[in-house]
Design a protein around this ligand. Sequence first.
Ligand code: ATP
Ligand code: MG
Length: 348
Amino acid sequence: MSEKKRLLTGDRPTGKMHLGHLVGSIYNRVKLQDKYETYILVADLHMLTTKNEPQHIADIDKNAHDMVLDQIAAGLEPEKVTFYMQSGIPEIHEMYTLFQSLVTVARLERLPSLKDMARDANIEMPLALLGYPVLQAADILCVRGDLVPVGKDNIAHVEITREIARRFNHMYGETLPEPDGLVGEIPTLVGTDGQSKMSKSLNNAIFLSDGPKEVEKKVMSMYTDPNRVRADIPGTVEGNPVFEYHDAFNTNKAEVEDLKTRYRAGKVGDVEVKEKLVAAINAVLAPMHERRAQFEESGLIEEILVNGTEKARAETQQTLYAMKKAMGLSGVWNRIRRKVEKREKKQG
Ligand code: ATP
Ligand code: MG
């Protein structure tokens, strides 16, 4: 039997998962979990690059729990998928350090995504944020990931991983895979504010755990076409967030086409368009609520993360060993490692 290729991706534990994650990345995770050996990380070290205050850190465990539960509710199967906690694998830091020599500061400074993140967090660029894509390279390559499903804002980071892997292989010999990024069918979902991308931190998200009433409240207060002050004025569908959501979530395509035609002709009110959207989104979320309720009772999330981290750590140790060997760093380091292992064994 041929060994399966690997899929790796993750999210910062800054809050619960939302519809943007679903269309940008989770649908692909679910679709590919049988074809690929799938690793999903909770990127708490990445969170610290913009949110490192005690109150942020205090929320990590709860957010990690909710994120794993959200993904299981969305269809990821814990028997197939390895969920793990980034900070539980200290070897990732070692890998991160080794990668830092393989990329220039100028290359990282050119990435607009990092400037956007610093701006959104209202901070000056910390060294850690500049290194965000290099740490991401360590995440992806530590389990030797081949495919990385991400939203559009993240694809430039996967490109950095590819460059680092290529450079490593060129300098030290073929060791690491060059992973491909995979963007979802909707590469970036706009937020309910119609302004920025939907984001956990921007108060513009519909969460996968939102019940029917919350969905209704959020959709009914969404912006539509600002020039359309009355229902009998022809409206614009393009760039209208309510119609973007209809395209993304309403499976009744004939209904969507009918609404668009009537909207353009000034023959339908915002309320009807929004009510139909509420129903469409709730239809997507209803089966997730059912799965969430079933799984929540089992109380197994922490167990899943602990066991997953152990498995991912063993993989990381293997990769790091191969990297050090290729680099010629393995001699003394290996002897040290054996001594440490011997001591640990003695201590039981
Ligand atoms: P934060 O506000 O803390 O940055 P976030 O909501 O942007 O959180 P991330 O953890 O930064 O979420 O992103 C996790 C993954 O989800 C990334 O692959 C990212 O590209 C994708 N993603 C996030 N938001 C969207 C969106 N609105 N549309 C499509 N993909 C998204
Ligand atoms: Mg983000």
